[in-house]
Design a protein around this ligand. Structure first.
Ligand code: SAH
Length: 196
């Protein structure tokens, strides 16, 4: 199949931390993603004060943007450096505390309380720890997940969603034989089978 070439590829947590340490973060968009602006109404559908989840959040500036609109943002990211850079680059004061349910994890919360970022693997989270969400912004997340972990990732995401939630997913279309990823190529047929 055309995704066969990427099926067994694995990027480890250490490699991600290394990317952050080396500044190999070309995926970060300083000015936010145009597709979030374009589909913002679809994500919010007129609702206020939503709980919005950012899986594999990096230091996405859209978190600040949605928080400023009055929503509550929760993110998860393995790189502590990314999270600290997020708060520093937006001059946001924050506090740091352990997460009792997850050994080694930390939660960074803006002093204003509306941005909570978990520093741990997304696979350590569950709805009993972070609750459920009204909206999800998935950019550089599903496509960054190792192909062998996609099913686990999608199943977890589904457990984190409220009944009437909306999920914006950004994927990248290209020939997977020409680039090893990430971002990985996730064909539309696979998205349908993962999320139904
Ligand atoms: N969504 C962000 C970042 C995309 S890059 C954006 O749009 O800019 C993918 C990010 O996922 C990296 O910052 C990497 O450190 C993080 N990551 C990779 N595996 C992870 C995991 N299992 N749990 C949490 N974060 C992870």
């Amino acid at each position: 199949s055309d995704i066969g070439s990427q099926k067994n590829r694995v990027v480890t947590e250490e490699e991600w931390l290394q990317k952050w340490a080396m500044g190999n973060t070309g995926f970060h968009k300083e000015r936010g993603h145009p597709l979030l602006q374009k589909y913002l109404d679809v994500l919010l559908s007129g609702r206020n004060g939503l709980r919005i989840f950012f899986p594999l959040c990096g230091k996405a500036v859209e978190m600040k943007w949605l928080a400023d609109m009055g929503h509550n943002v929760v993110g998860v990211e393995v790189s502590e450096q990314a999270l600290k850079e997020f708060f520093a680059e937006h001059s946001l004061p924050y506090c740091e505390e352990p997460v009792p349910e997850i050994s080694g994890a930390k939660k960074f919360q803006s002093t204003s309380g509306n941005i909570s970022l978990y520093c741990c693997s997304i696979y350590d989270l569950s709805s009993s720890i972070v609750g459920k969400f009204d909206a999800v912004w998935d950019r550089g997340a599903l496509v960054a997940v190792n192909p062998c972990d996609r099913q686990r990732y999608a199943s977890l995401m589904i457990t984190l969603m409220e009944k009437n939630s909306s999920y914006l997913l950004v994927t990248v279309s290209y020939d997977p034989n020409k680039h090893k990823g990430p971002p990985f190529y996730v064909p539309e047929s696979e998205i349908k089978s993962l999320f139904g």
